[in-house]
Design a protein around this ligand. Structure first.
Ligand code: NAI
Length: 349
């Protein structure tokens, strides 16, 4: 197994390993952004990357975002991420066992969980060779995607209240969910239970139809969902859905979803603000899963519902500060998170 320090492109990461193990077929990067506040928490992503540079860029960006997420959620943890490059010849169990060896070698500095493309069986293979990985089969831990969806709902409630879309009128509130995988489907279940009007889309049309039937949602095409006539747009697929070209075409009043890096850049978040669209920063509202993981593994909590509900207060607080300063909530969230993990908060939280 070769796990060697990788070039870091000038970002402030503590450690970046290039994973290249011809014997197992493991290829990718493990990035530890910060352990200033505690062990680096972060999922394992499996994806087809066009180049190694793309995979490294993803690992660096996602691990950094995890530091901001854990800091903003006031967890005793930092941020990391593993990115595995998917390729035809790979034997999944062998690859994930080899990754477990690398994680074990870090002796608790990095604690892994699930991310896009990784199954419960894959995580079980990682667990075969390391202690430092979430056990999704544990009934005590519970379903991580569901915890994430609950957190997104708390953030969305805060946005609805802030925008004056009052609880008693919520029946008429229309939410468009892009991507009904692990998180999006759980979010659809919550929104149906809360009586909101639901529209969904997924590139997997069979999945979209099934979820649509189950939750009485109108199914639209993946092209339509982002520009649909709705009150809230909830991107729950891959990152980058909201970019500067798309912003002028949006009809939603609120953007609040689980997708990591929903908004392509901080400048795109500024453009949303200028258009009067309320944006709940992704890493603020999608922290439910990592909050559950940290509560369970680092704090030994049996239940995290009270911790998840604090996402409502944090979101409200950040939206209010952003209104006072007439800036994007993304700027305020970044500043608070940065202040925390760098150990010198400049903005009272
Ligand atoms: P998933 O892979 O289970 O679901 C994603 C769904 O989006 C799939 O059904 C896929 O077919 C669909 N999709 C992909 N591209 C699409 C497009 N262009 N239009 C419509 N649908 C599309 O992933 P999961 O776990 O639900 O995560 C969703 C997002 O939330 C990801 O960005 C992930 O990084 C983020 N996230 C997930 C957390 C979790 O607990 N699973 C925690 C925090 C963030």
């Amino acid at each position: 197994m070769t796990a060697t320090p990788a070039k870091q492109n000038g970002l402030e990461h503590e450690q970046v390993l290039r994973l290249d193990d011809p014997a197992s077929g493991l290829r990718g990067f493990l990035a530890i952004h910060s352990t200033a506040l505690g062990p680096a928490l972060g999922g394992i992503r499996l994806s087809r990357y066009a180049t190694e540079a793309d995979a490294l860029a993803d690992a660096l960006k996602l691990s950094r975002a995890m530091t901001y997420k854990t800091a903003l959620a006031e967890l005793p943890a930092g941020g990391g991420k593993t990115v595995i490059i998917e390729h035809k010849a790979m034997q999944r169990s062998t690859v994930f066992e080899a990754l477990g060896d690398v994680i074990e070698g870090l002796a608790g500095k990095y604690f892994a969980g699930p991310d896009v493309g990784v199954t419960t069986a894959d995580l079980a293979a990682v667990r075969g060779t390391t202690r430092y990985v979430a056990d999704e089969t544990s009934t005590e831990l519970g379903n991580i995607a569901e915890h994430t969806a609950i957190g997104v709902w708390h953030g969305m409630r805060a946005c609805l209240d802030f925008a004056g879309l009052r609880r008693e009128t919520r029946k008429a509130i229309r939410v468009a969910v892009q991507g009904v995988g692990g998180v999006g489907k759980c979010l659809a279940a919550i929104l149906k239970r809360e009586g909101l009007e639901l529209m969904i889309a997924d590139v997997d049309s069979v999945r979209a139809e099934l979820v649509g039937r189950e939750y009485g949602a109108r199914v639209v095409s993946p092209d339509e969902i982002l520009v649909s006539d709705c009150d809230v747009l909830a991107p729950c697929a891959l990152g980058g859905a909201i970019n500067r070209e798309r912003i002028p075409t949006l009809q939603a009043r609120i953007v609040c979803g689980s997708a990591n890096n929903t908004v392509e850049s901080i400048e795109a978040a500024d453009a949303l603000h200028r258009r009067g669209i309320l944006y709940a920063p992704d890493y603020l509202v999608n922290a439910g899963g990592v909050i559950r993981g940290a509560d369970f593994y680092l704090r030994g909590c049996r239940d995290s519902h009270a911790s998840l509900a604090r996402i409502y207060d944090r979101t409200k607080h950040i939206l209010e500060l952003a209104r006072e300063r007439d800036c994007s909530p993304a700027r305020v969230a970044d500043e608070i998170a940065e202040g925390r993990w760098r150990g010198a908060s400049r903005v009272p939280a």
